[in-house]
Design a protein around this ligand. Structure first.
Ligand code: NDP
Length: 327
């Protein structure tokens, strides 16, 4: 039997229960892996609370990294001991020690990316990959507003956007986070709990506004984000850390200057093995070339994941949070 977290009823972090369960054996085309590191993501909170409903009971966790323990029939290109990882384009269930997964969901880790680094970047870095390369392809000269710039997705996005030649304006919740965001690629930072975001964006851009806003904060920032865009700019609302965005009138987009609005999610950009391989390869290139570095702000033992959820929701974390398994 293996240790695993189970959620039997939606609720606060107290519903994350440590239990024992059998991971099973790999069938044809499947692989049994032993996690060593699991990434914590805000989506885990939405699923725990029930904002993104899952059938109960369930084991949370959208990504992980570890070693191959056994392979099923027909899996010829992986062997026990290989280091592998996976991103968030499949069912939840990574908050556990051993897990059976389809071979197609796993990527072997290249030299230079260890398992903790993988757990820090797989879901968050793949998110940045599709947001900056495929949702709104960012080029040199673009001016970008990025919310929660010192968070997990935020620190990876700040670095990636800078590497693409964009001017990055990051919002953050404290002066310490502002310093960290600037050290990771943000050219300007805004303390959005104290300052008017659209006003500050106007000052920074000489009244022009930004080409694109990447907004994961949701309800609290939506209006300021729309007001920060230049005509024909794109509003990318991709998260709800402060609550989901209420319904809006399409006329708001006309009044803002024929704006574009999209609400993307990773699963729709990582729909096939080819798309996943391409996205992960782009991410690994950015990391192995040193253009993007993982920033693991804090680690927790998997058994204590409730403490990690509390810290994430209280805005106490910076960068990525990694859950260490079996230490
Ligand atoms: P973060 O590390 O970014 O943590 C969330 C941050 O949001 C906090 O640290 C805080 O930063 C900020 N925040 C603002 N308001 C609140 C609030 N009311 N409650 C809590 N936090 C708040 O998390 P992740 O990197 O895991 O995820 C970032 C966002 O991206 C999430 O919203 C997530 O859902 C979204 N996401 C979306 C994906 C998609 O495909 N659509 C895929 C992956 C992530 P500060 O103190 O600086 O304000």
């Amino acid at each position: 039997m293996d240790g695993a977290i189970v959620v039997r009823a939606n609720g606060g972090s107290e519903v994350l229960e440590w239990t024992q369960s059998d991971p099973g054996q790999p069938g044809p085309g499947e692989v049994l892996i032993r996690h060593t590191a699991v990434g914590l993501n805000y989506i885990d909170v939405y699923q725990r609370e029930g904002l993104y409903p899952l059938e109960l009971p369930f084991t949370p966790g959208m990504e992980g990294a570890g070693r191959v323990e056994a392979v099923g029939e027909g899996v010829a290109d992986l062997s026990p001991g290989d280091a592998v990882a996976y991103t968030g384009n499949g069912p939840a269930g990574s908050y556990r020690e051993g897990r059976v997964l389809p071979r197609s969901r796993l990527v072997p880790l290249p030299d230079g990316i260890d398992e903790q680094t993988a757990a820090a970047i797989m879901l968050k870095g793949c998110t940045v990959e599709y947001l900056v390369r495929r949702t709104f392809p960012v080029h040199e000269g673009h001016v970008v507003l990025l919310h929660a710039a010192a968070g997990g997705v935020g620190l990876l996005a700040s670095q990636w956007l800078k590497a693409l030649g964009a001017t990055v304006i990051g919002t953050v919740g404290s002066e310490a986070k502002a310093e960290l965001a600037r050290a990771n690629g943000c050219h300007h930072t805004i303390l959005y709990r104290e300052e008017d975001v659209a006003e500050r964006v106007k000052q920074i851009t000489d009244g022009a506004g930004v080409h694109v806003v990447y907004d994961s904060v949701g309800a609290a920032t939506f209006e300021g984000s729309i007001a920060s865009l230049r005509p024909r700019g794109m509003m990318v609302t991709y998260g709800n850390a402060s609550g989901p965005v209420p319904p809006i009138q399409p006329l708001v987009l006309a009044q803002g200057g024929s704006l574009f609005l999209t609400r993307p999610k990773l699963g729709d950009y990582y729909t096939s093995a080819e798309e996943s391989a391409d996205g992960c390869a782009a991410l690994f290139d950015m990391v192995t070339s040193g253009k993007v570095r993982a920033h693991i702000g804090q680690t927790f033992a998997l058994e204590h994941v409730a403490d990690a959820h509390r810290a994430l929701e209280a805005r106490e974390t910076v960068g990525s949070t990694v859950l260490v398994v079996g230490s």
